[in-house]
Design a protein around this ligand. Structure first.
Ligand code: SF4
Length: 441
């Protein structure tokens, strides 16, 4: 990766990168795209040191399996970029970095039930996206996915282009959606993935340009024109699917582990908890950890995997990782009520926020205790925009000028009679509302 580009600050709402840092309430936010989601322990330590030295010591895990360094100072941008470049995480320029959006099964190589170890394919895709200048015009959120099946399968993750392993070195290629909703295109061999990706990306750009209102994403283009134009253009690179064939995820599915019980919270993998993979799955509230925690985890692991569920898998031959994770306040069980909490950065990381959303949410988990057992999600939003979860949650707090509105089964900003409450009163209100609801009042 040569010809480094300058750091150009990015506006809020677009996709940040190392070369496109985003200025937010607590300084610059740098998204580090980690190929295949595999972070060697020495890189994890190095990144933690950078975040402590030049940032505010906080790291967020993104829902696309990346790390985000927070609170980087303007003076720190250059040394952080150079250090990350030395570790191989920085592309030639911001355009080549922005398109490196590849999800990889986080248990690849750790899970004997998987059909294929897709780390190599994910890295190949990452590299091709960076190298192929023809693909740098893809929309910034255009995403790719390599799924090997098994416990860490990505059947429910959406992508513009999916490569789902079907065994014997073959992938099913499908367009625009989850495994269930994406439109199947055909089969391709592992060795053909990179060339097919180049051709597919090019076909997307060409075909969308022929429409009066070009769709931004693959799903929209498939709705508009179907898959035939792709099949015609790519026939030399794909093999047809058997008629009526559609693959299913093979391996230990989440529901196979938990039976008919409610599916586990998506932040964690059941295989990690039950020892079905060779790694310990942990999470942190809101997908946020400190650099000190990352450094401590790295000290007891050989590598750390970043999942698309904002969790980490610690690969540790010594078995000390669990102890280190516990000492850092990590979530190690599906029963941990902190998994039910969702919150945006609030006043700590967004200039619109007026309350400490994370502190409020954690205090609610403490105060409400078992009342949360019947609840799937508590959302504390820094304002009516609802960046962390714009949809309905069982409990929603919306901040306004340092006070909260509290509502059940509502989305941020919805009308409620419980308005203008101090953080302490809002916590009491949540407990009262849940008690009323559980007693059927
Ligand atoms: S919901 Fe409001 S306060 Fe929270 S991050 Fe979004 S804009 Fe900022």
């Amino acid at each position: 990766m040569t010809n480094p580009g300058p750091n150009r600050p990015r506006r809020r709402g677009s996709c940040p990168g190392v070369l496109a840092p985003m200025q937010v309430g607590d300084g610059f936010l740098l998204r580090v795209r980690v190929p295949a989601g595999v972070l060697p322990a020495d890189h994890a330590r190095g990144i933690a040191e950078l975040g402590d030295r030049y940032g505010n010591g906080l790291i967020d895990l993104s829902q696309r399996g990346n790390l985000q360094l927070r609170g980087i100072s303007a003076d720190g941008l250059e040394p952080v970029t150079e250090a990350l470049r030395g570790m191989g995480y920085v592309s030639g320029d911001a355009a080549s970095e922005a398109v490196r959006n590849v999800l990889c099964s986080p248990t690849a190589g750790l899970d004997p039930t998987a059909l294929m170890d897709v780390r190599g394919v994910a890295r190949t895709l990452d590299a091709r996206l960076a190298e192929d200048a023809g693909l740098h015009r893809l929309p910034p959120k255009f995403g790719w996915l390599a799924c090997g099946g098994g416990i860490g399968h990505l059947a429910h993750s959406g992508a513009d282009v999916r490569f789902d392993a079907v065994g014997d070195g073959w992938f099913q290629v499908s367009l625009g959606g989850t495994l269930a909703t994406a439109a199947p295109l055909g089969l391709c061999r592992v060795q053909g993935v990179a060339d097919l990706a180049s051709a597919l990306g090019g076909a997307f750009l060409e075909l969308r340009a022929s429409l009066p209102e070009p769709p931004r994403r693959m799903a929209g283009l498939v709705v508009a024109i179907g898959t035939d134009p792709f099949v015609t253009r790519l026939s030399s690179l794909i093999s047809p699917l058997p008629p009526g064939e559609r693959i299913k995820v093979r391996g230990t599915h989440l529901m196979d582990v938990f039976g008919d019980a409610e599916p586990p919270h998506p932040n964690l993998l059941p295989g990690g908890e039950k020892g079905l993979i060779t790694g310990k799955v942990i999470a942190f509230p809101f997908g946020r950890l400190t650099c000190a925690a990352l450094s401590a985890l790295a000290a007891t692991s050989t590598e750390i995997r970043i999942t698309p569920w904002r969790a980490l898998i610690l690969v540790s031959p010594s078995g000390d990782a669990e102890h280190a994770a516990r000492a850092q306040g990590a979530i190690l069980s599906h029963a941990d009520r902190r998994l039910k909490l969702t919150a945006c950065s609030g006043a700590g990381g967004c200039d619109v926020g007026t309350t400490d959303t994370h502190a409020t949410a954690l205090a609610i988990a403490d105060r409400a205790g078992p009342l949360l057992d019947a609840v799937r999600m508590v959302h504390v939003s820094g304002c009516a925009k609802g960046c962390a979860h714009p949809a309905i949650a069982d409990v929603t707090l919306t901040a306004r000028d340092g006070l909260y509105d509290v509502a059940l089964n509502a989305k941020p900003g919805d009308a409620t009679r419980n308005t203008g409450l101090s953080p302490a009163d809002a916590m009491a209100s949540v407990a009262d509302l849940l008690t009323e609801e559980s007693s059927g009042a």
